[in-house]
Design a protein around this ligand. Structure first.
Ligand SMILES: Cc1cc2nc3c(=O)[nH]c(=O)nc-3n(C[C@H](O)[C@H](O)[C@H](O)COP(=O)(O)OP(=O)(O)OC[C@H]3O[C@@H](n4cnc5c(N)ncnc54)[C@H](O)[C@@H]3O)c2cc1C
Length: 484
């Protein structure tokens, strides 16, 4: 009899976990369960409210996906309208200290930009068309079956597709049900309690609006004004990124006390009032296609559950994705950490078999190493913001922040420093990469090229910006409410 696995959640983590399992054990029957009715196309849905905000797919996550799926995820995303952005020269980014990253001849790593709905839809398509043993069902999971030694399946709620029944037995269960996962309560139901949990909340609010790209501005680079965690004030940032359908997604984000507003005038005022008004100028001349979508508070905190350290852990149960750890989304890491965790799952199942003793522990420990990198990036900065809940910056945090600040400054004009920063933020290397001799030397000596206080635009880009920005100076345009 072929083995059977249940994956809870058909978000990015659930889809990459299903891909990993089918790669490692091709005859495995995999039931992916989601309480949402999944849309037929790339559409937002209730179970993934964060899908309305910017979702960058970093190089580390994309490489993991390429290894897990039977066809190229990159090619399919690009064919569906996603964009590939070179970190070395395909974007404009203003750093917290005011300098802009140099645009290098070398492209550096790439990231993918599109809506989150498109990413999930493409992954779903690839999975179900190429892996006949994978099926996706509507079902709401309400608990685990089994006991503290071994999980044996899941208990299902009322809202469940016909034919599944109320209990679904499985040889392996993967919880990929996201930030709101019931795993702590479900574990308690099989006798496991006391899992250590940490929450660090900078009170980040995200506000996002979609615009039609103005004619002629299609090739304008992704533009980012980063938040400043070093001046003791709330962090405020924004980004314009190209997405499918000839559209820009404009996402603003503010920590506690610096939240972007929902009303369109206030939103525009907010981006115009950032330390550099470039994003406000771009959108002043663009046609909005949606309202401003806002997510606040708990949906953006850093929340980690240390399952890998639990004194007792049942066999045949794995937790991945946001159910395992979430990060301040400003760093664009969640989907990549999920994919890297799924890669660990594939490797361990290939080595030890689906029912091998200790599989769950090994996967959780391996996945935790990728969580560590993303966690240190996000939390290392978040602890510095005023009003952060759950942590206070200690001496080690201050040293780490000092170093990150130096390295970022060096990265504006020294390739070695930029490359180290990209590798860590793209999750292609662990955090220790930032301390290698070349990066260390650059951080200590500062940038080789002089810092610029204006974005490094090519002449054609400057013309586009001037043209679009002229709308911001018309009398009816909202004035910035605050500048720093
Ligand atoms: C504002 C914001 C911006 C972000 N930007 C980025 C970014 O730029 N880059 C990046 O990599 N990450 C980003 N993230 C993080 C990213 O959204 C997640 O890390 C990533 O989607 C992985 O999520 P997941 O699949 O674990 O959970 P989710 O995407 O939340 O999916 C969970 C799924 O489980 C289902 N479900 C929940 N409970 C049950 C149940 N009991 N039974 C059955 N089904 C259930 C839900 O319906 C849902 O489909 C951002 C997050 C936020 C909040």
């Amino acid at each position: 009899m072929p083995h059977k696995a249940v994956v809870i959640g058909a978000g990015t983590a659930g889809l990459v976990a299903a891909a990993a399992l089918s790669l490692a054990e091709p005859t495995l029957r995999i039931h992916v369960l989601d309480r949402d009715e999944l849309p037929r196309g790339p559409e937002n849905r209730r179970g993934v409210p964060q899908g309305r905000h910017a979702h960058l797919l970093m190089a580390g996550g994309l490489t993991a996906m390429e290894a897990l799926f039977p066809v190229s995820v990159r090619d399919r995303l690009l064919a569906a309208g996603a964009h590939e952005i070179a970190l070395g020269n395909g974007m404009l980014a203003r750093t917290p200290d005011g300098g802009w990253f140099h645009r290098w001849k070398r492209s550096g790593p790439h990231m993918i930009t599109c809506t989150r709905a498109l990413t999930d839809w493409v992954l779903r398509q690839i999975l179900t068309e190429a892996r006949p043993h994978v099926s996706v069902h509507r079902a709401s999971v309400e608990g685990f079956l089994g006991d503290a030694r071994q999980v044996r399946g899941v208990r299902l709620g009322q809202e469940t597709a016909h034919g599944l029944g109320r209990e679904l037995a499985a040889d392996l269960v993967v919880d990929a049900s996201g930030r709101g996962s019931g795993s702590l309560a479900w574990l308690a139901g099989v006798g496991i309690t006391g899992v250590e949990e940490k929450k660090i909340d900078s009170g980040l609010t995200n506000a996002t609006r979609i615009y039609r790209i103005p004619p002629g501005a299609e090739s304008f680079p992704l533009t980012l004004v980063q938040a400043n965690p070093y001046d003791g004030r709330p962090g405020r940032s924004a980004m314009v990124l190209p997405i499918e359908g000839n559209r820009w997604m404009v996402s603003a984000a503010g920590t506690r006390g610096g939240e972007p507003p929902r009303d369109p005038e206030g939103f525009l005022r907010y981006v115009l009032g950032l330390p550099h008004p470039v994003i406000g100028h771009l959108v002043s001349g663009a046609e909005p296609l949606t309202d401003v979508a806002v997510s606040r508070g708990h949906s953006t905190d850093n929340n980690r559950r240390y399952f890998e350290k639990a004194g007792q852990w049942p066999e045949r149960l794995i937790v991945l994705g946001d159910a395992l750890a979430t990060f301040n989304p400003a760093y664009g890491q969640g989907m990549s950490v999920a994919a890297l965790g799924a890669q660990v799952l594939a490797r361990e199942v290939q080595r030890h078999g689906l029912t091998g003793t200790g599989l769950s522990r090994r996967v959780l420990r391996g996945a935790a190493r990728h969580v560590d990198t993303a966690w240190s990036t996000a939390v290392g900065v978040d602890v510095l913001y005023p009003g952060v809940v759950g942590a206070r910056p200690g001496a080690a945090d201050r040293v780490a922040a000092w170093y990150t600040r130096r390295l970022t400054r060096a990265a504006t004009g020294t390739y070695e420093a930029a490359s180290a920063l990209w590798d860590v933020t793209s999750l292609t290397a662990p955090a220790a990469r930032a301390m290698r001799p070349g990066a260390l030397l650059a951080a200590l000596t500062g940038p080789v090229l002089p810092q610029t206080s204006e974005p490094p635009l090519q002449p054609s880009e400057r013309r586009i910006l001037e043209q679009l920005g002229s709308a911001a100076h018309r009398p009816s345009a909202p004035r910035p409410s605050h500048t720093t």
